[in-house]
Design a protein around this ligand. Structure first.
Ligand SMILES: Nc1ncnc2c1ncn2[C@@H]1O[C@H](COP(=O)(O)OP(=O)(O)OP(=O)(O)O)[C@@H](O)[C@H]1O
Length: 542
């Protein structure tokens, strides 16, 4: 991983994580007219799925060498626009012009020939194939031929050129961490030497150094005249990397913004169409010393003797770079991976080992890293997905239970503002962020002792994040112990009582009170004993 590049200067007032007074949504301005040399001009794009109008007349442009952010709440239509540009979705109507030439609609091949490459949060890699084989797919155009030897050598050179020497080209993609899979997906798109690179929440599983790696690649690309469409819910990243932005709301353009000319509150208001609220809630006051979960010298693949204790009603953050044992810790504690410990208790009861079904019975809940592989059945309904752990744990028949639980299901959908046509809609047709809400929502109001969270706000819009923070704090108030790994350091700093940082499968540091800062988390994450800074302005992270 390269040394983090310092953030370029941002005009005063940009992207403040704010607790200031709410502001009303500024009125939407008409989209700016594209200059003659615009690389991309999208005009009046519409996409309907039967009665669902995912995108309703979206117009925007992107100039050569520019990073254009596309922002909006979950379900606003960002991915649908990105997929239309990529040729993966055929517009119902509208035009897309790239480099002065109309793009044949709904053709991935034509989009690629026009120099468009994409990296999505929902990875398009083949998990059973090696990294080298995945890089040899058509999107990685320079790597031709499937000769193992040649493709491994070419992939090694490519990974080295992109400063990713830690990724083994011979490893099956499915065995990599989600963050490394995302890096491979981005490297594959970059290998196609794009004129227009679309990053659809491609940074969502990356920790700060991974994001800085991505920004270095973006700056290389734009310096060479390439353009980037950057879709993200992380407003700090947008402040740092985007030159301009287009805000989508309900499938329409709600407004545009330029670098340095906005605050978080203004952008949130524009996305939501209503006032912004305070961003991070404080962790609740603890009223008991009871221990919800404790483990001494927990060992598992990737864990080298982790000891920790989680109090009832405590929000305990897990920090660190991905690949240092966070995923393994949560999986081991839930019984999704074999593990042994010297001592292991849940709500004071000793256990020797566990399995997912036993964990649910013991009162545990788990939001896994990869919602598509471990969290959801996309071909099942929203309601069935919310009930999935309960059907398995108690072996109840599906349909009657679904009817009995209608009130609970509707309550969760409403509490988390899941954008759905109802509990019978297939989970697979929900936007990514709304799918993520289901994986969290299934554990709400279910008398849990402990909830294990792996980056639960990944891919979730800012308003939904606030709702989720509120839900986490409420669970803690009810006495639930929360163990929370996040790739967003600010969440750990603001919403957790305490943070343990993992490094090489061990607890490297425990941070609380005045020591609980973003720099301390990041420093401990790279094995540093002193404090290091990833930003020019500490206020950005604190
Ligand atoms: N294949 C589909 N069938 C039916 N509806 C769909 C389909 N794909 C998307 N939609 C709907 O279109 C709307 C826009 O979805 P889209 O994925 O573009 O949103 P998004 O802004 O990318 O959201 P997120 O931030 O959650 O990824 C949503 O209401 C979604 O449910």
């Amino acid at each position: 991983m390269s040394t983090p590049t310092p953030a370029p200067p941002i005009a005063t007032g940009a992207s403040t994580t704010s607790a200031s007074a709410p502001q009303t949504a500024p009125p939407a301005a008409p989209p700016a007219a594209p200059p003659a040399d615009a690389l991309l001009v999208a005009t009046d794009l519409v996409k309907s799925y039967g009665p669902v109008k995912a995108v309703q007349g979206v117009t925007f442009h992107c100039n050569p060498g520019e990073v254009l952010a596309l922002v909006g709440e979950n379900g606003a239509g960002k991915s649908t626009v990105a997929k239309m540009l990529a040729g993966a979705v055929t517009p119902t109507s509208g035009t897309i012009i790239v480099g002065g030439e109309p793009l044949a609609s709904g053709s991935v091949k034509q989009s690629r020939l026009s120099g468009v490459r994409c990296a999505f949060q929902e990875l398009a890699l083949v998990p059973d194939w090696t990294v080298a084989e995945n890089l040899s797919l058509p999107d990685g155009a320079p790597l031709r031929g499937f000769s193992q030897k040649k493709s491994v050598a070419a992939a090694s050179a490519l990974l080295k050129a992109f400063d990713l020497p830690h990724i083994d080209p011979r490893a099956a993609v499915g065995t990599l961490s989600l963050a490394d899979r995302q890096l491979v997906e981005i490297a594959r798109a970059l290998a196609g030497k794009p004129r227009l690179l679309i990053l659809d929440e491609a940074s969502s599983a990356l920790t700060p150094p991974g994001v800085q790696w991505l920004f270095t690649r973006i700056r290389e690309l734009t310096a060479a005249g390439g353009s980037v469409i950057y879709v993200s819910h992380r407003l700090g990243e947008i402040a740092e990397i985007a030159d301009r932005g287009t805000v989508l709301r309900d499938g329409q353009v709600a407004g545009e913004f330029v670098r340095g000319g906005w605050t978080d509150d203004e952008l949130i208001s524009l996305m939501a169409g209503r006032e912004a609220e305070r961003f991070f809630p404080d962790p609740p006051e603890r009223t008991t010393d009871a221990v919800a979960l404790s483990v001494t010298e927990l060992r598992s693949d990737g864990l080298d003797g982790v000891s920790l204790s989680l109090g009832a009603g405590e929000i305990l953050g897990i920090g660190g770079l991905q690949g240092h044992g966070q995923a393994e810790l949560l999986r081991a504690l839930f019984g999704a991976a074999p593990a042994v410990a010297k001592e292991w208790t849940i709500a004071g009861r000793r256990i020797k080992s566990t399995t997912p079904v036993r964990s649910v019975r013991h009162g545990l809940g788990y939001v896994p890293e990869d919602r598509k592989r471990e969290g959801l059945a996309l071909e099942m309904s929203v309601g069935e997905n919310l009930l999935a752990p309960w059907l398995k744990a108690y072996q109840l028949g599906g349909r009657p239970r679904l009817a009995m639980e209608r009130g609970w299901i509707d309550g969760i959908l409403s509490a988390l503002s899941v954008r759905t046509r109802g509990s019978n809609e297939l989970a697979g047709s929900l936007s990514g962020g709304n799918q993520q809400k289901l994986v969290f929502g299934r554990w709400m109001d279910r008398s849990r002792t402990v909830i294990l969270l792996h980056d639960p706000t990944r891919g979730i819009d800012v308003r939904a994040k606030q709702e989720l923070y509120g839900a986490i704090v409420d669970l803690a108030k009810q006495g639930v112990g929360i163990l929370w790994f996040s790739t967003e350091v600010e969440e750990l700093v603001h919403v957790c009582h305490r943070v343990v940082v993992l490094y090489q499968g061990k607890v490297a540091d425990e941070l609380t009170g005045a020591r609980l800062t973003a720099d301390a988390i990041v420093g401990a994450a790279v094995g540093s004993t002193g404090s290091i800074s990833l930003t020019t302005d500490e206020e950005d992270l604190r």
